[in-house]
Structure formats: C-alpha cells, structure tokens
Design a protein around this ligand. Sequence first.
Ligand code: CO
Length: 209
Amino acid sequence: MRILKNLLDKNKNWAEKVKTRDPEFFLNLSRQQHPQYLWIGCSDSRVPANEIVDMLPGEIFVHRNIANLVVHTDLNCLSVIQYAVEVLKVKHIIVCGHYGCGGILAAMDNKEHGLIDNWLRNISDIHRYYREHIEARKTEKEKADFLCELNVIEQVANVCHTTIVQNAWKSGQQLSVHGWIYSIEDGILKDLDVCTTSLDEISKTHRVK
Ligand code: CO
C-alpha cells in the first residue's frame, strides 16, 4: 500500500475539527511556537505526550526514545534539550517514564536483542547500581516497576548534569526538571518528587564551575 489513505483522511477531519473550534488556530501556530514544557518520554505508542496531559499542538516540545533515556553522548536528545532551553526558553523539562516499559523489561531479561542491547546497557547500568534495593522487592512486577521509577530519577539527574541546563541556571534562567511516571493501566501520572531547580541541588561531582 503506497498511500495510507485512512490516515490522510483522519488528518483532514482532524484539521477541520480544530479549525471549526478556532479558525485562527493554525495561522497563529504557524507564526511561532512558545511551549513552556519540554517532554522527554518513551516512544511507546501508549504514552502520547500531548494527549495524556491534554495539551494542544504548540504547548509542549517533545523528544521520545526507547525508555526515555538521556544519554550524554546522544546528540539527538542533547540537541533537543539545547534548543528547548536556549531558544524556546522552556520553563520545565519533564522526564516521563511509564510502568511496564518494554525497554526496561528487555534490559532486565538477560537475553540478546541485537543492536538495541547497546542502548539498553544504559538501563542495565542503573540496575547494577541499585541491584540490592531492586532485589528487595517481592515480585518481578514490583522489581520492574521500581527500575522504571529509578530510570526516570537517573534521567532527571542526567538532564541536570548537562552543561546546557547548568549554564541556564548559572545565567539565572528559571528552569525546573521534573521526573514523572505514567501508568498505562489507569492513565494516571505520578510525580516522583525529584524536581530540581538549581545548581545547589545537583551532585558536586557533576557541577560545572
Ligand atoms: Co517504554
């Protein structure tokens, strides 16, 4: 099938619906974007950024990859963070994971998955670091859920450790980095209470002078 007619038809209907509600919507958006939020989430089709926080196009700048990782050598993710912080001047960066994340489960199963194993190693490192705490959980589901949460917490730290975010704080820019986790089972987001808003709150080993 060379043309996905069903999707193109859906798109036309959607654009019409939006224009009926607000005739100037696309015209206004085409001029510029002013999102207040950068969302770093998982590629999982069940965790669509805009929809789960009920936001319209233009309100949230989004980067998604498998297991919502912020890797210090990932030029893609870092470029998104740089643009969001330095050009768009977002006020909030939200790292959002989700329970039942396939990336986390794959990192825990000790099987070979091909190329993606190199990406998943970042999660295995977190698993190794917190192994005792994770193993203390009773069921496999509880262990996986806990690693999903720990992964978000570590990625929040990784965002804060970038020179991009540290330089923004040093220059007095208002910027908060949040860690959230989403439940596919009930559609509810949970704040993991690791919000970081200044240089003083990050590890001295990663602080840039
Ligand atoms: Co996932």
